[in-house]
Design a protein around this ligand. Structure first.
Ligand code: NAD
Ligand code: UDP
Length: 317
């Protein structure tokens, strides 16, 4: 199959490209390198079935295609605060142009949405039928509302044109190729622990997240795309193993053997206090659930960052 991965030079997108190539598909990674890196796809650039297209998906695109994964969007709180308007545009206009492309070629479409559509949730764990508790004008709203708009646009293409499109709501995912500079909790804690610097917890550390290893997530994305009969389906993908940020900090210190202290700073505005997916729907519709325990996934991620840090210039990351 001929598959477009929008956001293919990003953290999750590059792992997806790798998995699709390994299964014999022709892959076109479309990315404007806003938060991604050419280095993430460097290893496949010479692959005969791989093409890298540097392109901003807020502009129209025309190429024959069987499937489109729309993963293009800044994803970390620091990333979308740095690029708030591009974040809104890629999830609105970018989603529109990619849906039009799918419609033109009768392609199947998957929109990578997020657990952030639930905002600071009042329902726990989060089920897909929950409408969420989002501040529409707060500092996270460019991302949360951008994704909610992208979901609405996707559903209208399903309703108006019978497009075979589905939505996955991705919960916090981590692993090798995360950007050490993007400010998310896993790269921050690991790089600081490896350098012996303090791990800084925003707030009191009782807020929770559920961390999914990237290989589990990519398997879920592919099942959600390839399974027939999912037009208009909305599916949570994430690891239901919930932990506090304090527990995560302690686990990273244990696994790295680091003596870094833990410090506490002001909480981030609108920081969700609890987040954990209900994955009943993914289990039922896809037969999917995460397999990589958090200790194992963190060890692989620590090994990756240790290598990155060793190759970094002396100014550090
Ligand atoms: P990432 O920033 O590493 O990757 C996103 C990619 O999209 C980057 O390569 C970036 O350059 C590209 N991009 C951004 N705007 C673009 C545009 N206008 N045109 C073309 N390319 C553009 O982030 P990620 O963690 O790999 O996230 C991938 C997708 O998954 C995003 O849509 C994100 O919202 C979603 N998601 C991720 C997580 C997570 O924990 N990583 C959680 C929920 C949802
Ligand atoms: N966090 C933290 N220290 C850091 C980075 C993040 O305490 O160095 C907290 C953050 O406030 C949030 C959680 O860790 O409660 C997850 O943050 P992240 O930026 O990874 O993603 P989010 O789930 O908020 O989108």
């Amino acid at each position: 199959m001929r598959i477009v991965v929008a956001g293919g030079a990003g953290f999750i997108g590059s792992h997806l490209c790798e998995a699709l190539l390994a299964d014999g598909h022709e892959v076109i990674a479309v990315d404007n390198l806003l938060t991604g890196q050419r280095a993430h796809v460097q290893a496949f650039l010479d692959h005969p079935r791989f093409t890298f297209l540097e392109h901003d998906v807020t502009q129209p695109l025309d190429l024959a295609v069987d499937q489109i994964y729309h993963l293009a969007s800044p994803a970390s709180p620091e990333g979308y605060r740095r690029y708030p308007i591009p974040t809104l545009l890629v999830n609105a206009l970018g989603t529109y142009h990619l849906l039009e492309l799918a419609r033109r070629y009768g392609a199947r479409f998957l929109f990578a949405s997020t657990s952030e559509v639930y905002g600071d949730p009042l329902v726990h764990p989060q089920v897909e039928s929950y409408f969420g508790n989002v501040n529409p004008i707060g500092p996270r709203s460019c991302y949360d509302e951008g994704k909610r708009y992208g979901e609405a646009m996707t559903m209208e293409f399903v309703r108006s044109y019978n497009l075979d499109a589905r939505i996955v709501r991705i919960f916090n995912t981590y692993g090798p190729r995360m950007d050490p500079h993007d400010g998310r909790v896993v790269p921050n804690f690991i790089t600081r622990a490896l350098r012996g610097e303090p791990l800084v917890i925003y707030g009191d550390g009782t807020q929770t997240r559920s961390l999914c290893y990237v290989s589990d997530l990519v398997r879920g994305l592919r099942l959600a795309m390839d399974r027939d009969g999912l037009a208009g389906a909305v599916i949570n993908l994430g690891n239901p193993h919930e932990q506090t940020i304090r527990e995560l900090a302690e686990l990273v210190l244990e696994l790295t053997g680091s003596m870094s202290p833990i410090l506490f700073a002001e909480p981030r505005p609108d920081d969700p206090s609890r987040r954990c997916p209900d994955i009943t729907r993914a289990r039922t519709l896809l037969g999917w659930e995460p397999q990589v325990p958090v200790r194992e996934g963190l060890q692989a991620t620590i090994a990756y960052f240790a290598q990155v840090l060793n190759h970094a210039p002396s100014a550090g990351l």
